[in-house]
Design a protein around this ligand. Sequence first.
Ligand SMILES: C[S@@+](CC[C@H](N)C(=O)[O-])C[C@H]1O[C@@H](n2cnc3c(N)ncnc32)[C@H](O)[C@@H]1O
Length: 329
Amino acid sequence: MPRSRTTEPDWPSSTSQNGEDIPSSLWKIAPIPGKGLGLIATRDITPGTLLLSEVPLLTTEGVTTIDLEVAETQLRKKFSSLSPSSQKVFMALYNNYPDDKPLSGIVRSNGYPLTVSRINHSCCPNVVQAWNPLVEKETVFAVRTIPAGTEICTAYHVGGPSSERQKILKTYFGFDCTCALCSLPEEKLKTSDERMIEAEELDEMIGDSKKVRFHADEVLACCHRLSKIYEEEGLKDDRLSRLYFDCFQVCNMHGDLARARVFARQYCSAKKMAAGDDCIAYLEMKPFVKNPQKHDSFGVTGKWKTRAESVPKGLGRIEFERWLWREEA
Ligand SMILES: C[S@@+](CC[C@H](N)C(=O)[O-])C[C@H]1O[C@@H](n2cnc3c(N)ncnc32)[C@H](O)[C@@H]1O
């Protein structure tokens, strides 16, 4: 839940599973031109649908270093305890680092269990992939409507204008991104890039604790603008829940329990859609929908003081939004 920024892709936390593809009536694995294998929706999929939930066969727990030589030895120990058929499946996974140590190369290239490893990247993903430690499974949930025949894509890296994203994807994953966002016609791509640059700036402002404390109105206005950018760009991944969490904290910090409740609820529904109602982030936040004052962030100032029960009822969408973002005249 806390704000954290990743400028480079994380060292993967788990990889490969019991050797069998998980059968599904919702998707199939198929060759995708220019990308190797990938997942294609075989029917229309609605947001919040669980597409995959996989148990890893081999995790990087106990891999204590990013030193490839040592990591390879540690991985080899784990690998040798797998059955021969699982070892074969593992070794058949995509390896973007064929000249490096083979096991860490595959772990770095895939990071996740078998079928999940086949999901390609898009800068505007239609699924969110996450490790759920409570059930010890890697999950994949749809966060946008995915029409039948469409490729299912996650985001290996998020944020920034297309040139920045492409540089990182090329460096760490070895491919030139031609996703729907990166392939927009020139004028539209320029608009999208400007929005993504603005999104980065807004995100930085929202994360500035001094601004949150002393210029809360400005910060909430930044949050509102950022929510519009995400809407315009069709982004529904974890960036959205992170934004709602920030909005929750700003309102709660200044004693605005009514808005804090609404943002806590929005955070919960975004998390539930992206990671299920058994994910830790959802479960931890749920009590604060009812009792935001129990959260650590509550009441640093009483600047915006409202009661939790004072969420207005019966407003139309536009009026409610104006209330929510404190834009009433
Ligand atoms: C985790 S694997 C994904 C599955 C892989 N396509 C396969 O056949 O197993 C990551 C690799 O897939 C390819 N890939 C993923 N997304 C791509 C994209 N948007 N465009 C081109 N290649 C992509 C790249 O080679 C990347 O290093």
